[in-house]
Design a protein around this ligand. Structure first.
Ligand code: QAP
Ligand code: CO
Length: 175
């Protein structure tokens, strides 16, 4: 399965993802293909809608102390639900679907999440720091929400202007 990353302003990024009911070969193929795309694009998180599949599936792969990513650190979450959240933290976020744009976003400092793994087993995880931010960012994708949707009116206007300009330049450089 070869996947391509869907980029803003593609309307698919606004879709709400559907609950996964079948933990079958097809799901496993999607997860494996998503991992390859995420690593190839140098991402630390990816939701299925970002590759055009409206399923409640996401990946997280936070780098270690040496800033290296490894498959051992991979977390696959199916049908995640945040059960507890507390505190506040601000982190400069980016997104594979909004290339080359980064902004400070406010999130919960800590979250507790219930989810299922690729076999359908129920799991819980407590997270803080970058993992907590990444979980919240990816769960937003499942609800059709992007980090740029959290910007103030004036910062969003500034983003739209810069992004449109960058898109135009990207298109021009292709011909
Ligand atoms: C979501 O984001 C996230 O613009 C994952 O040119 C963001 O992996 C989690 C990326 C912030 C926690 C904190 C973005 C790669 C990757 C770009 C990503 C780019 C190349 C973003
Ligand atoms: Co994203």
């Amino acid at each position: 399965m070869k996947l391509t990353i869907v980029e803003y302003p593609d309307k698919r990024l606004k879709e709400k993802s559907k609950i996964v009911e079948k933990f079958d070969e097809e799901l496993h193929k999607l997860l494996d293909a998503m991992y390859d795309s995420m690593i190839e694009s140098r991402g630390i998180g990816l939701a299925a809608i970002q590759v055009g599949h409206a399923k409640q599936v996401l990946l997280l792969n936070i780098p270690d102390e040496n800033d290296e990513q490894s498959r051992e650190a991979l977390i696959e979450m199916i049908n995640p639900i945040i059960t507890i959240n507390e505190g506040e933290t601000i982190y400069q976020e980016g997104c594979l679907s909004v290339p080359s744009f980064y902004e400070d976003i406010s999130r919960f400092e800590r979250v507790c999440v219930n989810y299922q793994d690729r076999e359908g087993n129920t799991k819980t995880i407590e997270a803080e720091g970058l993992l907590s931010v990444a979980i919240q960012h990816e769960i937003d994708h499942l609800n059709g929400v992007l980090f740029i949707d959290k910007l103030s009116y004036s910062r969003r206007k500034k983003f739209e202007k810069e992004y449109k300009k960058a898109l135009k330049e990207k298109k021009l450089s292709k011909v």
